[in-house]
Design a protein around this ligand. Structure first.
Ligand code: ATP
Ligand code: ATP
Ligand code: MG
Ligand code: MG
Lengths: 266, 266
């Protein structure tokens, strides 16, 4: 089985790329064959792991040119970890695919057509709801929502869930929101704990209904604010390579452990 | 003289709204007639001050309907502080104005046509470069860039400056980037200090050339990470109302003091 997980949140700067990179690195370190797909023209995930600077085919080419196979564009970044990199020219994809009927299914088709087999596929989405994110949502089976435990972030959550539901209905009926990953978490204040409690309660209530987030939960641990996580990208390293014992490595490590255990039980 | 300052950064979640609200509140507390314009369909600035929930005209109406005057849509939120609120229906503005030749000048025209006089006008922009942000950049005289002292944020800065230069050239030749406001700052690490030093150096070098950011500087103090700043919006209060002595109030207070002193010297 492959777990295909889109890290999605239209809000910017909430921790999507940091989570995509470090969860991918974490499960790869635990022996799982992992693909990290960078769908963001900012290319932060690719930059973070030091991948894709050369002029080879990228996620862009795979989306725009059906003759470019996943195999040609994917780079082996680490043991067990492959990356389909982004490049800033991906900003043009919206225009290029504008006319095509299958424009949001390009990534899905490329993955299905590929000979490569993975245990985990993580898809890092840009902070928008354009054709790039839609390709991610259509190719995915699960959605993780990275977010921060702030009042205003909570306001945006229900909007986001409705959006995923809409996309699912029209283009990917199997799509489920299975998790929220709390990022840059400051547990020292009652404010953040209240926001988390409200989220837990919301998802608990949703177990009874038939929404695509009925099996979603707020993953633990929350990823604590740790400047090491902000530093690691400037060295082209995952947090585990940069500082294996820091809080960032502990938190993303435990999350990766949870994901691999869940996968074992599938 | 009116200082018209757009808080602009295409990256999401960097501190634009927190800065727009608290600088506006800060200079209003110092006796300056202040207008805060919320150009973001997320309406965080409006929510933050508890303004605009009723069904009166909003920034949206001012942009889309030239017969709606600033006076009709502006609400007095506090002593010396008026707000032109946003509503989530502003997301439709892109489509509504699509055909119009003057679509990025609507806000500028509305301000010029108004009888209201202000010492400061702060414009909170959404995290995108669409018609809403463009209205903000065309109506403004100055641009402040709220950002965080991280490696990846620095990568985005030069792109951002080029963007402002482009817009200035084609639609607002007097537009200048005059400041960077550092948000959610963690000065305990060498990483952030290195990023700030790099920024200082960059702007220092730019003094000699003829770019629209040649008189820009990284404002001090950097606004430290302080959870009170994240809590205040859920009470509909500025940081000064919520907790007048916390680090957030100290930092935004000093910035507001600097802005009013600069204004006195104009
Ligand atoms: N737990 C954390 N502690 C400290 N810094 C963090 C943490 N998580 C993320 N960051 C930093 O916060 C910034 C934003 O994170 P990130 O790039 O992962 O967000 P994003 O949602 O992918 O942003 P975008 O919407 O631009 O794609 C980055 O500089 C990152 O290094
Ligand atoms: N100095 C700070 N300390 C702690 N939290 C902060 C600070 N500044 C901002 N925040 C919080 O960070 C989050 C993002 O800030 P804010 O909404 O101001 O960013 P933004 O750039 O306006 O986002 P958007 O791009 O969505 O408009 C908010 O929850 C806010 O309360
Ligand atoms: Mg990202
Ligand atoms: Mg904002």
């Amino acid at each position: 089985t492959t777990r295909t997980i889109a890290l999605m949140n239209q809000k910017g700067g909430v921790g999507k790329s940091t989570t995509a990179v470090n969860l991918a690195a974490g499960v790869a370190l635990r022996g799982r064959r992992t693909l990290l797909i960078d769908l963001d023209p900012q290319a932060h995930a690719s930059l973070h792991l030091g991948v894709g600077g050369d002029l080879g085919p990228t996620a862009y080419d795979v989306l725009v040119d059906p003759t470019v196979k996943l195999e040609q564009a994917t780079i082996k970044a680490r043991e067990n970890l492959w990356v389909l990199p982004a490049l800033t020219d991906m900003a043009g994809v919206e225009t290029e695919l504008a006319g095509d009927n299958d424009r949001v299914q390009r990534l899905k088709h490329a993955i299905e057509a590929s000979e490569l087999k993975f245990d985990f596929i993580f898809i890092d989405c840009p902070p928008s709801l354009g054709v790039l994110t839609l390709n991610g949502l259509v190719a995915a089976r699960e959605v993780f929502i990275p977010m921060q435990a702030h009042f205003l972030a909570l306001q945006g959550l229900s909007e986001l869930l409705k959006t995923v539901k809409e996309v699912g209905k029209s283009a990917n009926p199997n799509l489920r929101v299975t998790g929220v990953v709390l990022c840059v978490y400051d547990g020292t204040t009652s404010h953040s704990r209240e926001v988390v409690a409200e989220m837990d309660g919301f998802f608990e209530q949703s177990r009874q209904n038939n929404e695509p987030w009925k099996s979603a939960r707020v993953y633990r641990p929350a990823v604590r604010r740790n400047v090491k996580l902000a530093e690691a990208p400037s060295f082209g390293k995952s947090i585990f390579e940069y500082d294996p014992s820091c809080p960032g490595s502990q938190d993303y490590g435990k999350l990766a452990e949870t994901l691999t255990t869940e996968w074992d039980n599938l």
